[in-house]
Design a protein. Structure first.
Length: 126
């Protein structure tokens, strides 16, 4: 099967997130890759950012409209995956972003904005 440009760009985006390559991820998003692309195992780029504990990847994806409530094949959201892998700071960023999303999920805050809005309870800026 031949992949369209969008399909190959989205596959490259998932690979960049899985490899923790924030620079490549930014480049692909700026070229129109879908922040909500889903890999073969049901993981989104947000799931990979959570697995890797990468606040920079999470921030970039959230700022490009990544859906925060998507579940992987095991039924877990990115926030739940972050907790599973011991990244409670990432889980909190995702949970706060989810609370700050509009009714259609259209407005989320960056990780930097979230840390300022979180009443000083935790500090995650890196």
């Amino acid at each position: 099967m031949i992949q369209s440009v969008d399909d190959s760009r989205n596959a490259a985006l998932i690979e960049a997130a899985a490899n923790g390559d924030a620079n490549e991820l930014r480049k692909l998003l700026s070229q129109g890759a879908n922040a909500n692309a889903v890999g073969e195992d049901g993981e989104t780029c947000l799931h990979w950012g959570a697995i890797k504990g990468r606040a920079d990847i999470i921030q970039e994806l959230v700022s490009h409209g990544a859906a925060l409530d998507v579940k992987d094949k095991s039924g877990k959201t990115a926030a739940q995956i972050a907790e599973k892998y011991g990244h409670s700071d990432i889980a909190t960023i995702l949970e706060v972003a989810s609370r700050n999303a509009g009714p259609n999920g259209e407005r989320c805050f960056s990780a930097r904005e979230i840390t300022r809005r979180d009443n000083g309870q935790r500090r995650f800026q890196k």
